[in-house]
Design a protein around this ligand. Structure first.
Ligand code: PLP
Length: 391
């Protein structure tokens, strides 16, 4: 199968589907909000799912050791890390793992269960802390340049963990080994457990650049054992609706907290989730590379437009989620947020406030280029309607 631009140019007709992204707003709005792609996934995944569906046999399915092995092989071949199958805990989603992590902090470290979270970040980091009743310690990430402040400025008293997003959503930042090293050293020095959400790891735009898993930074068993890594094929191959993710937890005692919930409060991975994950990791590479090339084209279009609009964009090295600074618009918008203003002009974006950055917006560029161009045109027209500097 050839995954050239014309494959990704074909619209998926999601407006006639069950898509959350496409059903949320009126049909004439261009939806650039929630993080899934408007691309058909790779044929190899579809074929595997169809074959499984045709069996007509949908009873309780055992966890798939072949899918787990496919994930392990993929991580070895692409990122150079060795994952012991014992460490791997199936999960129906990464948000579940974020919640289990917070719950584990509360249960195992009752007097110091606060969790560090670098913000802005994917909003379910904050909601997991709130739901599981651990206190969040916000670290203000810089929105341009290197995001982390000097870690010596953080007060570790009362803290038991750190939830880290690698690569970063919505910043689009591809953490470099020295930055990861600093975080792990800090966690080691202050005995913090470190949850690394690596769901966007397959979405580093400028191939052959890859992301660095936090696990690759561990220099000792003790360092390795404080890291919990959350991965999934869902973002990279656009299969989040299949519900299959993995928590990689080398420490046996910590693993216990995750595994005891599985099949109880945490539902087992759906049998189609296993099939989709295995096909993605084994056969999905040509699609992934084609998709990244397409995203690079879309990124250029948005970058050019943002320069014209004089709205700074974070450097988008990874993910398909562009973060744009619209704070200069605020004095012109009266009671609206920038996201509400763009929606009134026919483009749905995520309001940066939910990630911790009011006045910013997050735009999902994983759509057909023609549709992105329409959105860009609408945003341009919206801005031109404001008494705004050069437009
Ligand atoms: C950083 C991050 N983690 C987790 C998720 C969601 O994961 P899941 O659907 O597997 O729960 C997202 C979705 O956008 C995300 O961006």
């Amino acid at each position: 199968m050839d995954y050239a631009f014309d494959f990704f140019d074909q619209p998926l007709q999601r407006d006639q589907s069950d898509s959350i992204k496409w059903r949320q707003y009126p049909k004439d709005v261009v939806p650039l909000w929630i993080a899934d792609m408007d691309f058909r996934t790779c044929q190899e995944i579809t074929d595997a799912l169809v074959k499984r569906a045709q069996s007509g046999c949908y009873g309780y399915a055992a966890d798939s050791q072949t899918a787990i092995q496919a994930m392990i092989d993929y991580h070895r071949d692409h990122y150079g890390i060795e994952i012991d199958p014992e460490w791997v805990l199936p999960q129906p989603g990464v948000v579940t793992s974020l919640n289990l992590f917070c719950k584990m902090l509360r249960l195992t470290r009752p007097t110091r269960s606060d969790v560090f979270i670098g913000e802005p970040v994917y909003h379910h980091f904050m909601s997991a802390a709130e739901l599981q009743q651990v206190r969040e310690r916000r670290i203000d990430l810089k929105l341009h340049g290197k995001p982390l402040p000097p870690l010596s400025t953080l007060d570790p008293n009362g803290a038991g963990g750190w939830m880290f997003c690698n690569p970063a959503n919505p910043l689009g930042h591809l953490w470099q080994p020295e930055e990861l090293r600093d975080v792990l050293t800090f966690c080691d020095e202050h005995d913090l457990l470190l949850a690394s959400d690596e769901i966007h790891g397959g979405l580093v735009l400028d191939e052959p650049c890859t992301y660095t898993p936090m696990l690759a930074m561990a220099r000792s068993d003790a360092e390795r054992n404080r890291i919990l890594t959350f991965v999934a094929p869902s973002k990279t191959w656009n299969v989040p609706g299949l519900g299959c993710a993995f928590a990689i937890v080398p420490d046996p005692a910590l693993r216990h907290y995750f595994s005891r919930e599985y099949d109880q409060m945490v539902p087992c991975v759906n049998l189609f989730g296993w099939v989709g994950a295995e096909a993605a990791y084994r056969y999905g590479e040509p699609w992934r590379l084609g998709m990244l090339a397409y995203l690079r084209r879309n990124r250029s279009l948005l970058q050019d437009a943002a320069v014209q609009w004089q709205l700074p964009l974070c450097r988008l090295d990874a993910t398909y989620l562009a973060f744009m600074d619209c704070t200069t618009l605020l004095p012109h918008l009266k009671d609206e947020t920038p996201a509400q203003f763009f929606l009134r002009h026919g483009v749905a974006v995520h309001d940066g406030a939910i990630f911790g950055s009011p006045g910013w917006v997050r735009l999902n560029i994983a759509t057909q280029t023609a549709l992105l161009q329409t959105a860009i045109e609408r945003i341009g027209n919206a801005l031109a309607s404001l008494p705004y500097t050069t437009l």
